[in-house]
Design a protein around this ligand. Structure first.
Ligand code: A3P
Length: 304
């Protein structure tokens, strides 16, 4: 079993996996030149990043399926901070799309001086934790997560990839980006994907008709993405990502935390998150206090 020191590098106090990040790639991200028509989807890990890697090329290309059917997601909409960006950047055609797990303070200078737009996707942190727990089982380049209780402790302390969830969310709640940033939740996307796509399309000025929005929603559905080998990580050798242990596209639901949290864990989780967000003027779109919450139940795509 590899240690955290062997698997991760620390960049400005944030843990990043060495498999996908290097000192050079992080330096490259800071020197990166954003163009005015670039778009970047920003997520805390496990909040819907690869979903946005499917959505953005479709929105930006009027529903053309070629990018999502011919280019693996990590090259089609590269991570700003990862090694692949330097390899593929010259092949990207404008308008370009990127993803990042960076908190706002790590966005490079050219992002601020350009007119590039950002879409921040936030997900109920309880579901983020559960999704991340399973991801740590399948991604062989990450530390073993231990028990869910142990992992919950690490998550609350921020000893996980890209630090504390609350720090990430707070950093993107208060930016000086004005109408260059749009906020959306994973739950909103699960509940009504065509409406979420309409909001994104309008924000990006894509000018898409309802038929195209519906077509994009169909291709970005959990079921369709799970079958898309350019998006489901089945192209990655099992020694790096073992979809048999837990598929990357695992459940695609909101509220799965209820199957994993005890009431004690919920109370512990909630008290820390509330305390850390106490001073914030923005409230969260979910009630974190009860086992019922405001989550939306969905049919389990895995069940017969
Ligand atoms: P689950 O593990 O809860 O299923 P990220 O891409 O940021 O790592 O996030 C991964 C999470 O997003 C996983 O959550 C994955 O199933 C979910 N996801 C990806 N595409 C989705 C889609 N089309 N619909 C719903 N959820 C999706």
């Amino acid at each position: 079993m590899s240690s955290s020191r062997e698997l991760y590098l620390l960049y400005r106090d944030l843990l990043c996996p060495k498999e996908t990040h290097s000192a050079r790639s992080l330096e490259f991200s800071q020197a990166f030149n954003f163009k005015d028509d670039d778009v970047i989807a920003v997520t805390y890990p496990k909040s819907g990043t690869i979903w946005m890697q499917e959505i953005l090329p479709l929105l930006l290309n009027g529903g053309d399926l070629t990018p999502i059917q011919t280019i693996p997601n990590w090259d089609r909409v590269p991570w700003l901070e990862e090694k692949r960006l330097e390899v593929v950047v010259d092949q990207l055609t404008s308008p370009r799309a990127f993803v990042t797990h960076f908190p706002y303070n790590l966005m490079p200078p050219s992002f601020h001086t350009s007119k590039a737009k950002a879409i921040y996707v936030m997900r109920d942190p309880r579901d983020v934790l559960v999704s991340s727990y399973y991801f740590h089982q399948m991604a062989q380049f990450l530390e073993e997560p231990g028990t869910i209780d142990e992992f919950l402790g690490k998550f609350l302390e921020g000893k996980v990839l890209f630090g504390k969830w609350t720090d990430h969310v707070k950093s993107w709640m208060h930016t000086e980006l004005g109408d260059r940033v749009m906020h959306i939740t994973y739950e909103e996307m699960v509940q009504d994907l065509p409406a979420a796509l309409r909001r994104m399309s309008d924000f990006l000025g894509c000018n898409l008709d309802d038929e195209t929005i519906q077509k994009i929603a169909d291709y970005c559905s959990f079921r369709t993405m799970k079958e898309n080998k350019m998006s489901n990580f089945s192209l990655v050798p099992k020694v790096f990502m073992d979809n048999d242990k837990s598929p990357f596209l695992r459940k695609g639901q909101s509220g799965d935390w209820k199957n994993h949290f005890s009431s004690e864990q919920l109370a512990r989780f909630t008290s820390v998150i509330h305390k850390e967000l106490e001073a914030e003027s923005c409230s969260l779109p979910w009630s974190l206090d009860t086992m019922e919450g405001t989550d939306i139940e969905h049919e389990d795509p895995e069940s017969p």
